[in-house]
Design a protein around this ligand. Structure first.
Ligand code: NIG
Ligand code: FE
Length: 404
């Protein structure tokens, strides 16, 4: 649509969840061009001053567009067979040790063309968008060669160009040890540090660098080398840490100023303190906890007391979280991790954005980019309370109404 810059759009009588809380009274929201221009309590709203606005809707709950800050949306193949093995009692770790799990997706992703990866990811991304997502992080990590990791990142970037959604990319070269490097994990880390990170940085394909710090993946020392290489190329870092055991990766990542520490079921008090000190975000992934039938809960109460911001994401991937529905995560975050609905929603808006180093997103405030969702519900808590597709009435990306 042309003339977007000058267009003013008005929503009246909406209940606004601003990224942290529900505002105390019904509001009028005015968007000008790509930004939120004014937020006015209805009580003070003077309609005669808004005659130049196009009226978009009245009533409903408005939230920031959802921010899914941790996904592995680009991948080849399926792991339905592994799902069945797990139901028969084989653990995620055993499957990984037998060469399945992540490595099975690596085989399928290497074989897939860029076009095939793009097409498959497009429909997954559309599912997230239909559930309110306006910003999504997409990791590589199923290529594990320089070319295949870059291929995944190119697909992620193209998705952002093709659809009305912000895509933030993360290089996850240190996700699993590829078969070519069996018995030489340090050699593989050399490749990540000396070739993968420089290539991704030079081509502008990665916005951040991530690692999987775990017994079935890489040690704390190896992950630290990856972070040093990321720093040398000016890239922020994130980490999959303390998911299946406590190795101390979180504290090391925090020392390096990580944007976020993700999973963290096994995080201890020292790790929480390290996150607090570094100002890092704790990213909670209840989809993986649910899918893998975990019982060890992340230390929610300790994180809450320490004031560590908690984000919530789908971790959408073919193995540990084949769940492509962000609002389901709001529900699982509350039911499985005892978050309040307010915390869950802040986790998928303001705190999710912060976990991506994009604190201007995930907020409804004057001057912020106008990424918004209008929902057919009466209170924001209903988004977490009921799992019910079809409640998204309008999705506004960068000031523009999508599909309307
Ligand atoms: O976030 N923990 C490691 N990586 C992904 C799982 C990837 C997979 O199983 O394919 C995760 O859970
Ligand atoms: Fe993950």
């Amino acid at each position: 649509m042309s003339g977007n810059q000058s267009t003013k759009r008005l929503w009246r009588d909406v209940r606004v969840f601003d990224g942290h809380d529900t505002l105390p009274e019904p509001m009028a929201v005015i968007v000008e061009g790509e930004r939120i221009a004014r937020l006015v309590p209805m009580r003070k709203f003077d309609a005669s001053r808004a005659t130049d606005c196009e009226e978009m809707a009245r009533g409903g709950v408005m939230t920031p567009g959802l921010v899914d800050c941790h996904t592995h949306l680009v991948f080849g193949g399926s792991r339905a067979d592994e799902f069945e093995s797990r139901l028969e009692g084989v653990s995620y770790e055993e499957i990984a040790r037998q060469g399945g799990g992540i490595l099975s997706t690596v085989r399928a992703t290497r074989e897939a063309s860029e076009e095939a990866l793009f097409d498959a990811a497009l429909s997954r991304l559309q599912a997230l968008m239909n559930d309110g997502v306006t910003t999504v992080e997409i990791k590589s990590g199923y290529g594990l060669t320089v070319e295949d990791e870059l291929k995944m990142l190119r697909v992620a970037r193209r998705l952002g160009d093709a659809l009305p959604v912000r895509v933030v990319t993360t290089l996850l070269g240190a996700h699993a040890l590829p078969p070519e490097f069996k018995n030489d994990s340090d050699g593989y880390i050399d490749l990540v540090c000396h070739e993968m990170i420089p290539a991704a940085a030079a081509q502008g394909l990665a916005d951040a660098v991530d690692v999987f710090c775990e017994k079935i993946a890489f040690s704390v020392a190896q992950c630290e080398r990856v972070f040093e290489a990321a720093e040398a190329h000016g890239l922020p870092i994130k980490a999959h840490v303390e998911q299946l055991s406590n190795l101390g990766g979180t504290a090391m990542a925090a020392r390096h100023g990580a944007l976020s520490a993700d999973h963290i079921e096994y995080l201890d008090e020292a790790g929480v303190a390290a996150l607090h000190e570094a100002g890092s975000v704790a990213v909670l992934l209840p989809g993986a906890f649910h899918t893998l039938g975990e019982t060890k809960q992340p230390p929610i109460a300790t994180l809450r007391e320490a004031g560590v911001p908690m984000a919530l994401a789908t971790d959408a991937n073919p193995g540990s979280s084949p769940l492509f529905m962000p609002t389901l995560m709001l529900n699982l975050g509350c039911v499985l991790f005892r978050l309040t609905p307010r915390e869950a929603l802040a986790g998928m808006t303001a705190h999710g954005a912060r976990a991506l180093g994009r604190p201007e997103l995930g907020r409804i405030q004057e001057g912020a980019p106008a990424d918004l969702c209008l929902w057919n519900i009466d209170t924001a808590a209903e988004l977490a309370y009921a799992v019910q597709p079809g409640r998204l009435r309008q999705r506004i990306f960068n000031g523009r109404l999508e599909g309307g």
